[in-house]
Design a protein around this ligand. Structure first.
Ligand code: HEC
Length: 484
């Protein structure tokens, strides 16, 4: 796996002339050929498919993007996206990544953020309230071993935080996120200084209604799950427990079914007892959330996209990266993370600007990889390495329901969204709202506000609720992460 922090700095220096130390970093690798990305004819086909409500065509494309972005880099050590700059680097101050350690929020908090506007018209609130969420206190060992990472990003209203690392963000739970950007996407944010709120303020004052990202903008959100080398990890598995009408918290901690992952391979195929969830509290932040123990079928690493962290990589991680990995592993496995341990891909969003209305797709691992509807339309990709077919995929290109043209179907990644949102959301609806300034009153950019309350409405750039602010072309990272 490469050092995306260094990659980010290299890209930064190329794009903006900021001086960077050029260490021996595996070079940036663009999205690979042979997976439909920007290939002749593909864009016209996608546009026509969206217009015609043809999920099959967009899903075939989504599968190819997913398989393509997970292909190994030239060194054969990590997925292509890991050679890309990430959202921490994209929003570093102009002084560079070294200066970036501002008080922050965990990704879950950003995802809830200040945009918890009041729902009206009987719709389900789009954010699960704080007093319904499990609480993950930062383990004492993490605070002791990585005091800067665990203290520098703590604020009075956010006392339980770890700073974003150069490679990994802090989600506030067991999942270990990275938001990576194609070089074109990263360069666009840097060149236009969209990492500064003053730029967004100016554009808004000038009456700019929409930012217009370049066609080769790709952005991801990828989630690793920590697995210790010496033991069988338990991982909770989504089996369609609830439909879109379920209003309550449905995050992974509540799921009854789990699988085991045995890095040694010895117990693969067997049924064993395994556990996860240690040191986690109920929403009251006092009562322990019980450790989940169950009878699980054991899978091998090869059933997942996975990566073993080497000693060299561990040495290259910054303090926050290590704190994030340690905290995640102690909540999952009751043990710190270290060199030789594994990260397995549990879920991923891949968003591209290939078509002006966006191509949004999302995947998650499943022990029932052939279960419909999310297994549908997988193309044959004999050249693709790795177990991409062990994952399920949803598409959210803005195609409305067949019989209700003003409604979007539920499109939610059970791992990523359900730790903060109810089941009934759609990526497209929420991301189309992204813009500046944010708020929760009418006319501001929010998930749910009085002029735009419904998280499953089919919105369009002309929707009335977008008239007063500057849309950031589906990018929540821009209003979320731009600096004061
Ligand atoms: C209710 C709102 C909401 C929903 C629903 C939602 N997201 Fe997001 N998403 C966000 C926010 C907020 C961020 C920014 C997090 C940050 O600041 O790092 C984000 C970040 C992302 C990113 C990183 C770049 C960006 O766009 O800002 C991707 C990619 C992404 N989401 C894809 C998806 C996909 C695919 C789905 C559907 C499966 C989805 N999201 C559902 C709110 C949402």
């Amino acid at each position: 796996m490469s050092k995306s922090s260094v990659t980010a700095l290299v890209a930064l220096s190329l794009v903006t002339g900021v001086a960077a130390t050029l260490q021996a970093a595996p070079p940036y690798q663009p999205f690979p050929n042979g997976y439909g990305y920007m290939e002749p004819g593909e864009i016209a086909k996608l546009k026509a498919a969206v217009a015609a409500g043809d999920h099959k065509t967009v899903r075939e494309h989504g599968w190819k993007l997913w398989a393509g972005i997970m292909q190994p880099d030239a060194a054969g050590t990590g997925p292509i996206w890991f050679t890309w700059p990430n959202s921490k680097g994209a929003f570093a101050p102009s002084a560079g990544l070294g200066a970036a350690n501002a008080p922050g929020k965990s990704l879950i908090q950003l995802n809830a953020g200040i945009r918890a506007g009041q729902p009206s018209g009987g719709v389900i609130p789009v954010n699960i309230p704080n007093d319904k969420l499990p609480f993950y206190p930062i383990p004492q060992d993490v605070i002791t071993n990585y005091p800067n990472a665990a203290k520098n990003c703590v604020t009075p209203d956010n006392p339980n935080n770890i700073c974003d690392g150069a490679h990994f963000l802090f989600n506030g739970d067991i999942m270990i996120p990275t938001e990576s950007l194609s070089r074109e996407g990263f360069g666009w944010i840097r060149d236009k200084r969209l990492y500064e709120q003053s730029t967004l303020d100016r554009l808004h004052r000038q009456g700019v209604r929409d930012l217009n990202l370049p066609a080769r903008y790709i952005v991801t959100k990828h989630m690793y799950w920590p697995v210790k080398a010496g033991s069988i990890a338990a991982i909770p598995i989504w089996h369609e427990y609830h439909d879109g009408k379920y209003p309550d918290y449905a995050g992974y901690e509540t799921w009854p079914d789990m699988v085991g992952v045995d890095p040694s391979g010895q117990s693969v195929g067997k049924t064993v007892t395994a556990s996860y969830l240690y040191g986690v509290l109920q929403p009251d932040q006092k009562t322990p959330w019980p450790t989940q123990t169950g009878t699980v079928t054991v899978y091998g690493l090869k059933d997942f996209y996975y990566h073993q962290v080497t000693q060299d990589e561990w040495n290259g991680f910054d303090e926050a990266d290590k704190a994030i990995l340690d905290a995640a592993s102690s909540w999952a496995n009751n043990a710190a993370f270290g060199p030789g341990d594994y990260l397995v891909t549990i879920a991923m969003h891949v968003n591209t600007k290939e078509i002006p209305t966006w191509a949004l797709q999302s995947v998650w691992w499943s022990d029932r990889p052939d279960s419909l509807p999310f297994a549908a339309d997988r193309p044959k990709l004999p050249q693709a390495k790795g177990p991409w077919e062990h994952y399920l995929l949803l598409d959210a290109y803005g195609i409305p329901e067949r019989d209700h043209k003003d409604r979007l179907p539920v499109a939610t990644n059970p791992y990523i969204e359900l730790v903060i949102h109810p089941v009934g959301t759609d990526c497209n609806n929420c991301h189309m709202r992204a813009g500046w300034p944010t708020g929760n009153s009418a006319g501001t950019s929010s998930y749910q506000n009085p002029d735009c309350p419904d998280s499953l409405a089919k919105l369009s750039p002309d929707s009335v609720c977008f008239r007063k602010y500057t849309r950031s072309d589906f990018q929540w990272i821009i209003p979320d992460r731009a600096r004061k």
